[in-house]
Design a protein around this ligand. Sequence first.
Ligand code: PMP
Length: 312
Amino acid sequence: MTTSLIDLIGNTPLVRLQHIGRGLSVPIFVKCEHLNPGGSVKDRLAKAIILDAEESGRLKPGMTLVEATAGNTGIGLALLAAARGYNLVCVMPEKMSVDKRLALTSMGARVVVTPNAPLSSVDNFKNVAKRLAEENGWYLTDQFCNPVNVRTHEVTTGQEILDQTRSNVGVFTAGAGIGGTISGVARRLKEQLADVKIVLADPLGSSLAGLINTGVLGMDGSYAIEGIGASEPPANLHCEQIDWAETVSDEESFAMVKRLIREEGLLVGGSSGTNVAVALRIASSGKVKGPVVTILPDAWDRYRAKPWMQNL
Ligand code: PMP
């Protein structure tokens, strides 16, 4: 018996892909973060940030939380806010799907939509969230800089992967939005496994792959995949942990989502396609000895109104 919703977060299954990559010398394993109660990897972060803030006394009953979010952190925070009695305001750039926006308002959160503005602009979603926190005395959960983000992935996601693979991982690959997932998992795996390689899966148009591979930020372009990639490295992305980066076009990511849904029965969103496209590339290269492990960050339901999902 589970006593509360919070206990359902994490400990997600690690599944071996059955069709994608069949016949290759190394298996591909996917960690099903889309099966968390809020449907994404971000439930882990929401839980860790709220519990940490409560324990330190900074968060008091009835307070209002505010966060800049692509949507998934907001949904995780909305679950926690409902379960533990907080109000929630989510600041989202307009690029993010209407489905995520609707989910948040259905869960009782207030959504503030900002233009898709760069960090240098006062209208950027992170700047707006910070300003709202200062002006109203709200609690900024600050997923971008909060060190709890990386730590929770180190002690939960990373440790679970070690346990579930019996410490047999050749390569771990994942995209980075804020960088918490890849940085935390990398830290735990590299601590325990001398030869493991960590590979960033980056959308074509993001600047991060260039930074990892050449030391210079790549060109800042646009792409449709949500939740990963950035024009500059977020504070929670620990680049020194990453061995190299692979770039994936929107088309390749969407084609891989279609395969995950139709061939594997894994009902996932766009960034899962990016991650598995890179996992397949690496497993096919013949250069890795151990299994390739990646993350399925979120579920397909939050992209149903997007043209790419309707055209799968
Ligand atoms: N995929 C999706 C859909 C996301 O929303 C996020 C979080 N922004 C990620 C992947 C990446 O997670 P992280 O922020 O831990 O890098």
